[in-house]
Design a protein around this ligand. Structure first.
Ligand SMILES: O=P(O)(O)OC[C@H]1O[C@](O)(CO)[C@@H](O)[C@@H]1O
Length: 555
């Protein structure tokens, strides 16, 4: 047994869970037993509300989960992260995305250096740059004003900014369109470039390392596109800027370092939207709005750092996730926003959560004997209702879900909004209450169906219910609340990482595939047969190689 599963706090939860199962206690039963539940399991902060009453947890479960958080020293770890300790222990790095959105004016010192001086200097540089693009002071090489910005990046250098830009499209700055290219599949960049004019296009090469294969390949293709048009290397400096921690690689690419926006190794890729990586967003929504995103993140940081654990939204969400995964056995967690603009937000959360907590060893390197991060997935409602909700309602797997509602829309079609939010409320109700076989049969008989047919169909039309959900309600999908929502999930992930004892801030799991891709790439470029891999990989790579040779022959 590990120190987690053998701890008194874990054992108490285990015993409590077994007792709940023996008693057959459902969420519906809990509502009867705890009449104040809907009020008590409700947290509000700055126009963001969480209703977590529709979970398979009693007040006692929450007490025990909070005991687990204490036993795992969550408050200490939280302070250690905030104070700039190297909590990323496999890379010996501090984890300071909170410094990027620190709006308090207070310093944050790491190794004797106040990082806020540098953070604020880069923010000032970004602000000036955004203003110069917007007011036309910054122009393309041919003298034209920039109308289109293309962010070239992948993973954390793409998903966060794109999700934010999409979510905040109702706040878009007029006159600038922002595009995103990430995949090394050239259909991606081709699809974007064919719509653009090199004279009026600015590329942002976003890469923490500035070595990522996909980003560098796309950046070189974009560079050729610009040079084919202008025929002058000097055009690169007017049409490319870089967001990176790697000054040398940026210089080698030909980007003037005065057009480089820095960040630091204490910013993880999936936590980097708040840094220079947010430049495409700042250009797309304007500087004042970008600052509101930071304000929202900072407000959530304050809530996370200062609220007692039992009223702390990210802590509660994190603990419920642990309960669902480790005690109820859920292997995945769905995020179901009832706002089309949040479609890509789920993709970002997927990286945030799965790259952070998809770990099989603890901080000390020992293989764990419990489940860690779940599979995160989802799509906006109501679309999902007509696609995958079937499995959530009647499948064999338990899928807990977060429903996200925006109370005030940015359109005037209130009829749509009413239907949308009625569906959200109905789904969380349906998932909890279900519909018994008796109810189903009685309904069918009442509608005039023959008894035999009603009996035959009843099992198919029964809903077990008792499926745990959280509901998050935001006043608006504006920059502030978007920042708050994103920071909420970041801290939820942190909370879970601490409970599970894993390092949420490295991502070694992406390395092996990268290494092997390099080796296969060299096989594809070398003369001769491919024989050094297993039989399947040799065969696949050989087919790719011969196809590429055919393509070269026909090009
Ligand atoms: O910003 P970079 O260095 O190009 O990295 C992009 C992404 O690649 C990863 O390292 C995974 O391969 C992510 O963690 C990161 O967000």
């Amino acid at each position: 047994m590990s120190d987690l599963t053998s701890s008194a706090a874990w054992q108490a939860l285990d015993a409590h869970h077994k007792a709940m199962v023996r008693a057959g206690q459902t969420i519906k039963d809990l509502f009867k037993a705890e009449p104040e539940r809907a009020d008590q399991m409700w947290i509000e902060t700055h126009g963001l509300r969480l209703d977590y009453s529709k979970n398979r947890v009693s007040a006692e479960t929450m007490r025990l989960l909070l005991g687990l958080a204490k036993a795992r020293r969550l408050e200490e770890w939280r302070a250690r992260m905030a104070e700039g300790e190297a909590v990323n222990n496999t890379e010996h790095r501090a984890v300071l995305h909170m410094a990027l959105r620190n709006r308090s004016g207070a310093g944050i010192t790491v190794d004797g250096v106040n990082v806020m001086t540098e953070v604020n200097a880069v923010l000032a540089q970004m602000k000036t740059f955004v203003a110069s693009v917007h007011d036309g002071t910054w122009r393309g090489f041919g003298g034209e004003q920039i109308t289109d910005v293309v962010n070239i990046g992948i993973g954390g250098s793409h998903l966060g900014p794109q999700a934010a830009m999409d979510s905040l499209r109702s706040h878009a700055h007029a006159g600038i369109s922002v595009h995103y290219v990430s995949n090394v599949d050239a259909h991606d960049i081709d699809g974007v470039l064919t719509t653009l004019n090199p004279e009026t296009t600015l590329f942002i090469v976003a890469s923490k390392t500035f070595t990522t294969q996909e980003t560098m390949t796309n950046a070189q293709t974009a560079r050729r596109w610009v040079l084919d048009h202008f025929g002058d290397e000097k055009a690169v400096a007017r049409h490319f800027v870089a967001l990176s921690t790697n000054v040398d690689a940026v210089t080698d690419f030909g980007i003037d370092t005065s057009n480089m926006f820095r960040f630091w190794d204490w910013v993880g890729g999936r936590y980097s939207l708040w840094s220079a990586i947010g430049l495409s967003l700042a250009l797309g929504i304007g500087w004042a709005n970008f600052e509101r995103v930071l304000d929202g993140g900072h407000a959530m940081d304050q809530h996370f750092l200062n609220s007692p654990l039992d009223r702390n939204m990210p802590v509660i969400l994190g603990l419920l996730g642990v309960w669902n995964s480790n005690f109820l056995g859920a292997a995945s967690h769905a995020v179901l926003p009832y706002d089309q603009r949040l479609d890509r937000f789920v993709d970002h959360l997927q990286q945030l959560d799965m790259e952070s907590n998809g770990k099989r060893v603890n901080r000390e390197g020992a293989v764990v004997n419990y489940q860690t991060g779940p599979v995160i997935w989802g799509r906006p409602g109501t679309n999902g209702q007509h696609a995958f909700y079937q499995l959530i309602h009647q499948g064999t797997r338990l899928v807990p879900a977060d429903f996200i509602a925006i109370l005030h829309p940015d359109h005037h079609h209130l009829e749509h909004h009413k239907i949308l939010l009625a569906n959200l409320c109905a789904q969380t109700e349906a998932l909890m209450v279900g519909k018994s076989e008796e109810q189903v049969r009685a309904q069918m008989l009442a509608s005039g169906m023959a008894a035999e047919e009603a009996a035959r169909l009843a099992p198919h039309r029964t809903f077990p219910g008792n499926i745990p959900t959280n509901t998050l309600l935001l006043d608006r999908l504006d920059p502030f609340h978007f920042g708050q929502l994103l920071a909420l999930y970041e801290h939820k992930v942190f909370t879970q990482g601490i409970i599970w004892g894993v390092n949420s801030f490295d991502q070694w799991g992406v390395e092996l595939g990268k290494e092997l891709a390099q080796s296969i790439l060299s096989d594809l470029e070398a003369v001769g047969e491919i024989t050094r891999h297993d039989a399947s990989t040799n065969r696949l790579a050989t087919l790719v190689k011969t196809t590429l040779m055919e393509e070269q022959g026909t090009n």
